[in-house]
Design a protein around this ligand. Structure first.
Ligand code: ADP
Ligand code: ASP
Ligand code: MG
Length: 437
């Protein structure tokens, strides 16, 4: 039995947290590959080291003095090293990093140092080998993971060492420079390492006792989910459940390695098992609820739309020409709605409208911003009748107006569009209806 263990930023924010992590690793001999994040927040208004590094990069890029900021970052690491009583120093690394930032500041390089340095401390603390991720994880020309080269190199390297620390969040870009994943990307590294080493379990240790039915910042103490499928979690994380990076599922899913999401501060809790499929009956009709704010709807109508072959394609072409990803396309007989994210759409709004007019000549187009989407996800919905009715009833009882509905063809989710202002109350209402009945 072999496991990859990934620890998030809050699990490694201080020497005290490091000690909990050390105890977890030592408690189970099968925990052989360790993927650390950068130190996160020690208290609620603390700053994550990654954010400190992004800030120092900006200071360097503006040509200003970085000495004080570098010292503050170094103090975070020195506090951990001293707290652990290690005979180990990062002085040389800090010299190198400072020089690199002064001569040629690079954003990804700066951000990646959080994991790099924490990985070095972790390796010294555990007395095992450190592998620089820039030597084993590779990106291609388009900035996407080069899966073939990564798996081959990483698998060979891991086979050489019994145990190792592989820092999360970064690898090497095609241009020979360090490149990071998007924020929260250490989850992705953990998954890549698990796949390459063909381990039995990918343990992802964080600050909550598993994937919770909904966001604990909205509903107090939501129930943890015991079993969830990769597909369900993919829907939830895409729709805003930020507990696991949305891309972390793909590498392990390819070879059927389950993810066990657990709490560093409560290691006895079993956490959540994220699996390909399960015969475990979910305790509720729905497995989870997630959502995101700030979407925009483009409502298009045209008489006899349904009989005009190619109409939908022409409308979608207007979005494609402007490189705007389309989230949902609910439609009626003479109407269709395109749901897009405000960040993608707002700056190109008028260009898209003129392209729709040019390509599809509709009767009217109306745009509305400030829409939030909520996804209610569950493998149990397929076999339960009346789920949609229950959902709309819960929203109606709370006085929430549903502006859009989209039921996924897989019957795994129902997505509703509501006003941004109703977001939190809608999640609470749905949770109360389905879980806290
Ligand atoms: P880490 O630093 O360990 O990677 P993250 O902050 O990335 O941890 O993710 C854990 C956090 O995700 C939790 O503290 C919680 O606030 C948030 N979160 C949002 N939605 C959920 C959910 N459905 N289940 C669990 N946690 C969630
Ligand atoms: N340290 C990085 C971040 O803050 C990556 C991670 O924590 O997964 O986004
Ligand atoms: Mg995270």
């Amino acid at each position: 039995m072999k496991k990859v263990v990934k620890f998030g930023g809050s699990s490694l924010a201080s020497a005290e947290q490091f000690k909990k992590v050390g105890a977890i690793i030592k408690a189970d001999e099968s925990r052989v590959f360790v993927v650390p994040s950068a130190p996160g927040k020690r208290f609620s208004d603390d700053t994550k080291v990654t954010d400190m590094l992004l800030h120092v990069y900006q200071t360097a890029a503006d040509g200003k003095d970085i000495t004080a900021e570098i010292e503050a970052i170094k103090a975070r690491y020195d506090e951990i090293i001293e707290g652990l009583g290690l005979d180990f120093s990062l002085d040389k690394d800090f010299e190198e990093i400072t020089n690199a930032l002064k001569t040629e500041p690079e954003k990804d390089y700066a951000a990646s140092r959080g994991e790099f340095l924490n990985g070095k401390i972790m390796a010294a603390y555990l007395g095992i080998q450190f592998i620089d991720s820039a030597e084993v994880i590779f990106f291609n020309d388009e900035g996407k993971l080069n899966t073939y080269k990564t798996e081959k190199t990483l698998a060979a390297k891991l086979a050489e060492c019994g145990k190792a620390v592989i820092p999360g969040f970064y690898g090497l870009g095609k241009n020979g420079r360090v490149k990071t994943f998007s924020r929260g990307g250490s989850d992705v590294t953990g998954s890549i390492v698990a796949q390459a080493a063909k381990v039995d379990v990918y343990e992802n240790w964080t600050d909550v006792s598993g994937v919770l039915i909904t966001d604990p910042r909205i509903v107090t103490n939501p129930e943890p989910i015991k079993f969830i499928t990769y597909r369900e979690l993919r829907e939830l994380s895409y729709m805003g459940a930020s507990v696991l990076h949305e891309d972390a599922i793909f590498p392990v899913r390819q070879c059927g390695i389950p993810i066990n999401l657990r709490n560093t501060n409560a290691p006895a809790d079993e956490g959540t098992w994220i699996v390909e499929s399960t015969a475990q009956r979910p305790p509720h009709v729905i497995t989870g609820i997630a959502g995101k704010k700030n979407f925009c709807t483009v409502f298009i109508s045209k008489a006899m739309m349904n009989s005009e072959i190619g109409f939908c394609r022409k409308v979608l072409q207007a979005f494609e020409e402007n490189e705007i990803p389309v989230e949902h396309v609910p439609s009626g007989i003479d109407t269709m709605t395109i749901v897009v994210h405000e960040d993608d759409f707002m700056c190109k709004e008028q260009k898209v409208l003129s392209a729709i007019n040019r390509l599809a000549a509709p009767d009217s187009i109306e745009i509305e911003a400030g829409l939030a989407l909520i996804a209610v996800v569950g493998r149990g919905m397929k076999s339960a009748s009346g789920t949609a009715g229950k959902l709309f009833n819960a929203l109606a009882k709370s006085g929430i107006n549903v502006k859009m509905i989209d039921q996924g063809s897989s019957e795994l989710n129902i997505i509703v569009g509501i006003r941004n202002d109703d977001f939190e109350s809608a999640i609470k209402a749905v949770y109360a209806e389905f879980v806290a009945e």
